[in-house]
Design a protein around this ligand. Structure first.
Ligand code: AMP
Length: 112
């Protein structure tokens, strides 16, 4: 079965896209855990942090620049937000396509 974020990237499943360029896509999380909950994905399929290779260094930079842009567009750049990446079962990774969560729009509680 094909990766759902690859399908989303191709427009085969719907998404509320808030920012995109030729390398990355930022869209609203379908099950938000904060008032603002966005996901940044690379257009290319990478599993998670364990799947990163030296040639992926640039795309990770592109993802964080897109996170900064999306936070500005969402109006949470000044109030603050959290960026996080889950890798593997103990972190609760559900979708095996690397993504940065952007959480904000309210005071966040601390993670373990
Ligand atoms: P993770 O647990 O880090 O793998 O996070 C996966 C995230 O993807 C969860 O927060 C889900 O709510 C979100 N998600 C899953 N499917 C979709 C979708 N079709 N559109 C938007 N967000 C999704």
């Amino acid at each position: 079965m094909e990766c759902i974020f690859c399908k989303l990237e191709k427009g085969e499943i719907p998404a509320e896209i808030v920012f995109e360029n030729e390398k990355v896509l930022v869209f609203k999380d379908i099950n938000p855990q904060a008032k603002v909950h966005l996901l940044v994905i690379p257009r290319q399929h990478i599993l998670n942090v364990n799947g990163l290779e030296p040639e992926n260094a640039q795309i990770m930079g592109e993802m964080f620049l897109a996170a900064k842009k999306a936070a500005e567009l969402a109006g949470i750049a000044e109030s603050g937000y959290r960026t996080l990446i889950n890798s593997g079962p103990d972190a609760g990774q559900e979708v095996d396509h690397i993504h940065i969560h952007i959480l904000g729009g309210e005071k966040l509680t601390l993670l373990n």
